[in-house]
Unconditional design. Structure first.
Length: 144
């Protein structure tokens, strides 16, 4: 099974120039905890999460309406190609310790795949379990 068969094709994005307040508003409006940050051509350059906002803005007493997304986003983002195998996406999630990956085609974001998407297939339970184990802090799970 390919990533494109189970990924979500609805993708909200922000740019690095948007304010953190704008990003947080978009997260609240759409009930999501993470947004990919894209450049002018739709290529993923980072990710901003509700945790990034809490740790890098709120906890430091910064003004979210004056901080740009680029200042607080996570820069090193793993992405998966839409034609990749679902099992390899699960391995990538575990290695990167993330629960969701931007799905790209020709370098541009086209969707998201989450650990939940993989679990719901019912075909990759072992891979999803290993990924979740790796994502969890200080995991000592053994790989089979």
């Amino acid at each position: 099974m390919k990533v494109k068969d189970i990924c979500s094709c609805e993708t909200l994005t922000v740019t690095g120039q948007d304010t953190v307040k704008e990003a947080a508003g978009k997260m609240a409006k759409h009930n999501v905890g993470a947004l990919p940050v894209v450049d002018y051509s739709g290529r993923v350059i980072g990710m901003i999460t509700d945790r990034d906002i809490t740790v890098r803005v709120t906890a430091e007493g910064k003004d979210a309406s004056r901080c740009s997304v680029c200042d607080v986003m996570t820069h090193d983002v793993s992405c998966v190609c839409m034609d990749a195998d679902v099992a390899s996406a699960a391995k990538m999630m575990g290695h990167a310790r993330v629960r969701r990956l931007p799905v790209i085609d020709d370098g541009r974001i086209v969707g998201f795949i989450s650990l939940g998407d993989i679990s719901r297939t019912g075909k990759y339970d072992m891979e999803a379990g290993h990924a979740l184990c790796e994502i969890s802090s200080k995991c000592t799970c053994k790989k089979h």
